[in-house]
Design a protein around this ligand. Structure first.
Ligand code: AMP
Length: 533
């Protein structure tokens, strides 16, 4: 017997058409470099996306040709997100926080033929553009700056396109749509190539209530950059459902974000914990009239229990999610379960990384095999599913990231509870082994930031003559607060076994971060490699 259903391909084009026809009046607001707010609609965006795609087709773009972006979050970037893939090209978002040498490597490895760059990022682009063979450069923003840089102004390029939707190609759902490079591996950055199908399926999960819960009624603020794992797929999902979108442009500081959240009545914002820690400090100083029940999607690093509780006190609800560039990125989400009992149990559920999204499977493996769901034994998290990478782009030497039976090895170490909810206890290389016992730096960091004087904390393994390694806590204090090492050690001693408590606490002004806002522990390890215990 054969199924009698249509096999309509899952591609971006019907999503763009849906946004254009059903939501043409819904707003997309972008903060400009001069801080002004630019207001457009899905109608404007869809028209520009089609014109852009058609302009590329007329310029001879081949199927699968890479178009890179070096841009902040704004409506033009969104037009590239849809316009390039719907015309058969591949969107490649370059991470503007990387070193120019790394950008040159990535742009060459990806084979980028066009770069679309914000005028304010031209100085960065100038540092690597001569090392990449490009057909054209397009500049968003100032026309004069574009011309001075020998590039094509955005509007001029759009003007070479047309509004002919019917001339857009009929795409295979497995055709490449976009690519992102991850630095979360050893060695050089590695590229993941998403397909139309993986992106459509991922968008539906992002929008699900038990996903990130995005609907037409929402006003969504993606603080997470569009160059970081496609802003977690949010721009695709919001266009799919027709949610109002507020784009922060280059201004990711807490006062600017809070102003947007208040004036536009944002109902859902998404970003890494560092951003929320800063927002929390601001809110503690001066409360704002935010939309009631605002959700804040937190991922990229663990959302500490203390943060979830603190936001609840402000009426803001944290949704904790886990994922990777290799998983599109949404892999799991932590939502309260209907069987959760008291408040403590509900917070414990929400501070975990959660259960796999539908159609994604997770398992943990250690040297004895599959780790049971006892929340005690830990193992490496492995994942598979329709929006999980099956390989890296042109990187055959990284094949060991996949198991023989086809699962992706994440490098995260987890325990799994009886409900199948994962809890990250560390990255494989971040675990501290002291006297043969493992210590989770993540647990210690989460506990430290619950102390009222602590703003940020990183715990690292430092070589120790007797124990092999011992934990050292590196702490940034909140403005105007004080604490002594003894005080913090005693505070940790309330919750941790004696051997787990860091032997020393170092205070510094700022913890070095990676380009995506994660604690750069390798820099700290180097700095404290020689330590007299
Ligand atoms: P990236 O590919 O740069 O997004 O990095 C993915 C990595 O970020 C994962 O393998 C985790 O180590 C980390 N990560 C992402 N989300 C979380 C989370 N909710 N809690 C802890 N770590 C996370």
């Amino acid at each position: 017997m054969r199924a009698t259903m249509m096999t309509t391909p899952l591609t971006l084009t019907p999503m763009l058409r849906r946004a254009a026809t059903l939501y043409s009046d819904i707003e997309i607001i972008s903060r400009r470099p001069d801080r002004s707010l630019h207001r457009a609609t899905y109608g404007d965006f869809a028209r520009d996306a089609v014109r852009l795609g058609r302009a590329f087709m007329k310029a001879g773009m081949q199927p699968g040709e890479r178009v890179a972006t070096l841009m902040w979050n704004h409506v033009e970037h969104l037009a590239v997100y849809f316009g390039v893939p719907c015309a058969g090209g591949v969107l490649h978002t370059l991470n503007l926080r990387l070193h120019p040498d790394e950008l040159a490597y990535i742009a060459n490895h990806a084979g980028d033929r066009t770069v679309i760059v914000d005028d304010v990022l031209l100085p960065l682009f100038a540092k690597f553009k001569d090392r990449v063979a490009l057909d054209r450069v397009i500049v968003v923003g100032s026309r004069e700056a574009a011309i001075a840089a020998g590039a094509i102004p955005w509007d001029d390029f759009l003007a070479t396109g047309d509004d002919d939707w019917s001339a857009l190609p009929v795409l295979d759902e497995n055709a490449p749509l976009g690519m992102c490079y991850t630095s979360g591996t050893t060695g050089k950055p590695k590229g993941v190539v998403y397909s139309h199908r993986s992106t459509v399926l991922h968008s539906m999960t992002v929008a699900m209530v038990d996903g990130l819960g995005m609907s037409q009624k929402d006003c969504v603020l993606p603080v997470v950059p569009m160059f970081h794992a496609n802003a977690w797929g949010i721009p695709f999902a919001t266009a799919m459902v027709g949610a109002k979108v507020v784009m922060p442009g280059p201004y990711l500081d807490a006062p600017s974000l809070l102003e947007l959240m208040e004036t536009e009545q944002v109902t859902c914002a998404a970003g890494v914990p560092t951003i929320w820690a800063a927002i929390l400090e601001q809110l503690d100083k001066a409360p704002r009239q935010l939309a009631p029940g605002t959700r804040m999607v937190v991922g990229g690093s663990a959302a500490p229990d203390a943060m979830i509780r603190a936001f609840d006190r402000h009426g803001l609800r944290v949704i904790h999610a886990w994922g990777m560039t290799e998983t599109s990125p949404l892999g799991s989400v932590a939502h309260v379960r209907s069987t959760d009992g008291d408040e403590e149990e509900r917070y414990a559920t929400r501070a975990r990384q959660g259960v796999p999204s539908p159609t994604v499977e997770l398992r943990a493996v250690d040297d004895r095999g599959l780790v049971p769901w006892d929340d005690t034994r830990s193992g490496e998290l492995q994942v598979r599913g329709p929006w999980v990478a099956a390989s890296y782009y042109d990187q055959p030497d990284a094949a060991d990231r996949w198991t023989d039976d086809g699962w992706f090895r994440t490098g995260d170490v987890v325990t799994i509870d009886r409900h199948g909810s994962i809890k990250i206890v560390d990255r494989t290389k971040d675990l501290i082994k002291s006297g043969g016992e493992w210590i989770s730096s993540v647990d210690l960091e989460n506990a430290l930031v619950a102390h009222p004087a602590v703003r940020e904390a990183a715990v690292i393994a430092v070589p120790h003559p007797k124990w092999g390694e011992r934990p050292l806590a590196v702490v940034v204090l909140r403005e105007g607060k004080t604490a002594t090492p003894e005080e913090l050690r005693a505070f940790l001693g309330e919750h941790f076994a004696k051997f787990q408590v860091p032997d020393a606490v170092e205070f510094i002004d700022a913890i070095p971060k990676t380009s995506t806002g994660k604690l750069l522990k390798s820099a700290l390890r180097e700095r404290y490699a020689i330590w007299s215990w």
